[in-house]
Design a protein around this ligand. Structure first.
Ligand SMILES: C[S@@+](CC[C@H](N)C(=O)[O-])C[C@H]1O[C@@H](n2cnc3c(N)ncnc32)[C@H](O)[C@@H]1O
Length: 295
């Protein structure tokens, strides 16, 4: 294990230290600093260091000095580098081990989005790319049991194993249904219209034409006064950790151009249709839209 003392180092010197750090086989780094220096740096510095340089904070203790132990993440353990088929996100995938609802920076902003679209007043909810139905679980926890059971939910995904898993999770709820179907072939099923549409981390998939699919969903499957929540991952999942910053093709660092372009397209489109649109979030950016005029 590499050991380093951070006392007296400026933030710039700490960045250089990490840029040039050569780790041992165990992948661990032990950082030490006095209480004064720990207070000067703030715990956020260690959280950010871990995020930026791909470590996990595995221990924090105090005995005369603060000792913070970091462990390098295994970048091979990421669903981003797995094959592209309908089971890429199935029960056997790395993705399936992720629980977004355990991440405060996801759940806090998702709940704010639910509040913005006035989830309590919605009667039917469609989730495009529902996977194991984390978003429905979050809504269930957010609402009272009575409010939840008054609404109808439908989740769609082409991963058969994820849909089977989701069905089991909600087997006691007659108002929650799931469908194994390809989003690119919605014309083959009579889906109907919903007054809230949710899609998190799905419409930007490489097999989907983002702009065309978004407009089709809006035109064919949203009620007149329907609301929308779209979630755009601005993070990567590596070795079980949510790492800030979207990874774009052809860039080694996080680059947000594509995410912002897609968000901007949806925002302009919905504003022209008489919607109030807000963009919030951090590791996931949420576009939430509710109707304000009868355009
Ligand atoms: C990144 S995951 C997001 C899942 C879930 N919304 C979440 O955030 O945990 C994308 C999901 O979209 C599904 N998906 C991708 N392309 C699809 C398609 N053409 N038809 C149906 N589902 C699709 C995948 O199977 C996967 O479950």
């Amino acid at each position: 294990m590499i050991k380093k003392t951070l006392d007296k180092l400026s933030i710039s010197e700490i960045i250089k230290l990490f840029e040039n750090l050569e780790i041992d086989e165990d992948g661990k780094v032990e950082l030490r600093c006095t209480k004064d220096n720990f207070d000067r740096l703030g715990i956020k510095t260690f959280v950010e260091l871990a995020q930026i340089f791909l470590y996990k904070i595995v221990d924090l203790s105090f005995k005369d000095v603060y000792i913070i132990t970091l462990k390098k993440l295994d970048t091979n353990k990421s669903f981003h580098i797995q094959s592209a088929d309908s089971e890429k996100y199935g029960v056997e995938s790395e993705f399936f081990n992720i629980n977004k609802n355990e991440e405060i920076s996801f759940l806090y902003y998702f709940e704010k989005a639910l509040q913005f679209v006035n989830i309590s007043s919605r009667k039917s909810v469609l989730n495009i790319g529902v996977n194991k139905a984390d978003e429905f679980l979050a809504i269930k926890e957010y609402l009272s049991a009575e409010e939840f059971e008054k609404k109808n939910f439908l989740g769609i995904d082409y991963s058969n194993s994820a849909i089977e898993y989701a069905k089991k999770q909600f087997m006691d709820f007659k108002n929650v249904k799931f469908l194994c179907a390809d989003i690119n072939k919605l014309e083959d099923i009579s889906l109907g219209k919903f007054d809230l549409m949710i899609s998190i981390g799905t419409l930007q998939s490489s097999n989907i034409n983002f702009n065309a699919k978004f407009m089709e969903l809006y035109q064919n499957h949203l009620e007149q006064d329907g609301a929308i929540i779209l979630g755009f991952p601005n993070c990567r999942w590596i070795d079980g950790e949510m790492i800030y910053g979207a990874k774009a093709p052809n860039y080694s660092f996080n680059e947000m151009g594509l995410v912002l372009k897609d968000i901007h397209f949806c925002k302009k489109y919905l504003q022209q249709k008489g919607y109030r649109v807000v963009i919030t979030g951090k590791d996931y950016l949420f576009l939430s839209a509710r109707k304000i005029s009868k355009n």
